[in-house]
Design a protein around this ligand. Structure first.
Ligand SMILES: *[C@@H]1O[C@H](CO)[C@@H](O)[C@H](O)[C@H]1NC(C)=O
Ligand SMILES: *[C@@H]1O[C@H](CO)[C@@H](O)[C@H](O)[C@H]1NC(C)=O
Length: 573
């Protein structure tokens, strides 16, 4: 893979450059295009004249009698002075009534944000194609639909001081765009047990995945090579653990806990076979390693005054990006950042944006505290700029508590048509030590079997009326034996809500084929805080969003009214 660019294929779309070099207000720019009016004569005469004066082309102008467009083909430079001689010659010609050299002026595409306008100048040749960093519409995409990472860069957060471990099929650490950001000391090859996680070469470049991930994160900036990483001043460590016949719990766990004193973020862009029917998750040791990482290691990091941000983004090609931003130690400015993994999740929920994400099937809705979410996109696109700005004034969220909100363990038949509806009324452990008043995550631990697992459909609605689709149709999954065994379905749609009241679980089959199934357990697990993490912040945000949506509604109504009257006018004609 040496030599080639590691930027992912999906970003190399059609780049649409801005219009020609054009005039500033003060200096008139004259082009090599002339309007020429003849006294008389048709196209043959015009062609004759154009040839005499050295123009390469001529075109009849339909809006002027005996008017022609004389031009030079090819890219000729715009001139700063009128080509006086040329013009005088044309004017002197008795066959010509009038000759006007055309002036050049500016025309910008609407909604086209030029990269230079936000003052990010990178000389890396593929930078302008990395639409997910700065989307100007260059890949036929939607301008502005990006990670807003430029704002975070401008604020000074570029990944400096952070090391990201890429758990994957290896890293081509000799690649010229990665070599300077490679952290060899924190790297290891768990697939072949040595310190050199270099990918195994195959003709089809099958093992280039880890290298791509590393490039998306840490490709060096301004080196005239390929593109730019989202955190271009960060370091990457290669943790090679894929590309072996079988994964084991011990390799997964070892990888995820490799050198936590050096590695700030672990990137895992892989999972169980993605064939639409496999139901699998991390095993015992790996779960333990994750819990340790979150509870022990993050705590250590906080003490160092570092903040790390993990951004994931699913783009057109289902790319997943991992971003690391580094927040300087602000002790000099009077405060030290103390962000936990939960703070990161709160920041993500609060700052992510609907942007211009469109979902035909699932509506964007607001949950009980006004946060806008969608079944496919969650809380929307990550906004790196908003995230670092909010993080600066962030107060660590209060302690988290866990409450079993209730459990139904009596087997209940799922009807072949229609659905099984169960309810659980909970006080969310109020009056006890582990009372949960403001929700973070909610889990529905479910055991269920059915004649066809892929046709099962499970929704859960919170007391504040927020519906989460826990399981939708999986057409390829024809399991009829295992079902789900104590599977922890999780939702974040109810984030910030009050969990007290009645929760509703709906279980049904999508297909109209006769099916059988039994729900054997539904346990409601509530996780969250007792005191409000930032309730003022939400209320403010909700109000401004509400004001915005009212404005949009009004605009929509106006548009519809205009459309209606246009239609009625047209139908009358
Ligand atoms: C589901 O479990 C019930 C009770 O254990 C059993 O009677 C039934 O046959 C099972 N159904 C399927 C489809 O496996
Ligand atoms: C779950 O919600 C989806 C989307 O609103 C709906 O299509 C489906 O019928 C619901 N299923 C059940 C079992 O309520």
């Amino acid at each position: 893979m040496k030599g080639g660019c590691i930027t992912p294929g999906t970003i190399a779309g059609l780049f649409c450059p801005g219009l020609l070099l054009l005039a500033s207000a003060e200096i008139a720019v004259y082009t090599n295009h002339f309007l020429v009016e003849l006294h008389r004569g048709g196209e043959p005469e015009a062609k004759q004249l154009a040839a005499e004066y050295g123009f390469s082309g001529v075109r009849k102008l339909p809006f002027i009698d005996a008017g022609y467009h004389f031009y030079h083909n090819g890219i000729s430079r715009a001139r700063r002075r009128r080509s006086l001689q040329h013009k005088l010659h044309l004017e002197k010609d008795p066959r010509i009534k009038k000759a006007v050299q055309q002036e050049g002026f500016g025309r910008k595409k609407r909604g086209y944000r030029e990269i230079n306008e936000i003052d990010i100048n990178m000389n890396d040749p593929l930078f302008t194609k990395q639409w997910y960093l700065i989307n100007t519409g260059q890949a036929d995409g939607t301008p502005g639909l990006d990670l807003n990472v430029a704002e975070a860069w401008e604020l000074g957060y570029t990944g400096k001081g952070v090391t990201i471990g890429i758990m994957d099929d290896g890293i081509d650490y000799l690649h010229p765009d990665l070599a300077s950001n490679y952290n060899a000391k924190a790297s290891y090859d768990f697939s072949s047990n040595d310190p050199y996680p270099y990918p195994r070469y195959t003709d089809d470049w099958f093992n280039s995945h880890g290298t791509r991930c590393a490039g998306e994160v840490s490709a060096a900036a301004n080196n005239n090579i390929c593109g730019v990483g989202v955190a271009y001043n960060s370091k990457v460590a290669g943790i090679r653990m894929l590309d072996q016949p079988f994964m084991t719990d011990i390799i997964e766990a070892s990888s995820i806990s490799h050198m936590p004193q050096v590695i700030d973020i672990y990137s895992a862009s892989w999972g169980p076979t993605d064939n639409g029917k496999t139901v699998d998750g991390p095993r015992e040791l790996t779960l333990q390693a994750m819990a340790d990482g979150v509870n022990k290691v993050m705590f250590l990091l906080n003490k160092l005054g570092k903040m790390t941000v993990l951004l994931t983004h699913t783009g057109d090609g289902a790319q997943i990006l991992f971003t690391a931003l580094y927040m300087e130690d602000f002790s000099e400015a009077g405060f030290i950042l103390d962000l936990t993994w939960r703070d990161m999740q709160h920041l993500t929920v609060l700052t992510s944006k609907r942007n211009q994400l469109h979902d035909e099937v699932h509506q964007w809705r607001r949950n009980g505290v006004g946060l806008e979410f969608n079944h496919l996109f969650g809380y929307g696109v990550l906004d790196a700029g908003a995230m670092v700005k909010m993080a600066k004034d962030w107060k660590t969220v209060p302690e988290r508590f866990h409450c079993v909100g209730g459990s139904i363990q009596e087997p209940e038949k799922i009807p072949s048509s229609g659905k099984l509806v169960l309810t659980l009324t909970t006080d969310a452990c109020e009056g006890k030590e582990n009372f949960v008043r403001y929700l973070e995550h909610v889990q529905a631990v479910i055991t269920v079997n059915s004649t066809r697992r892929g046709d099962l459909n499970i929704n859960m609605t919170s007391p504040m009326g927020t519906k989460s689709i826990l399981l939708s149709r999986r057409p390829r999954d024809d399991d009829s034996k295992v079902g789900f065994d104590k599977w922890p379905f999780m939702t974040t749609h109810t984030w910030g809500e009050d969990p007290r009241g009645t929760w509703v679980l709906e279980v049904g089959f999508v297909d109209s084929m006769p099916q059988r199934g039994v729900l054997k357990e539904w346990t409601l697990m509530l996780h969250g805080t007792q005191s409000a993490p930032y309730i003022d912040q939400i209320v403010r945000d909700y109000q401004s969003k509400l004001a915005m949506s009212k404005k949009e509604e009004l605009e929509e109504e106006l548009d519809e009214a205009v459309e209606r009257s246009l239609k009625s006018i047209l139908s009358k004609n």
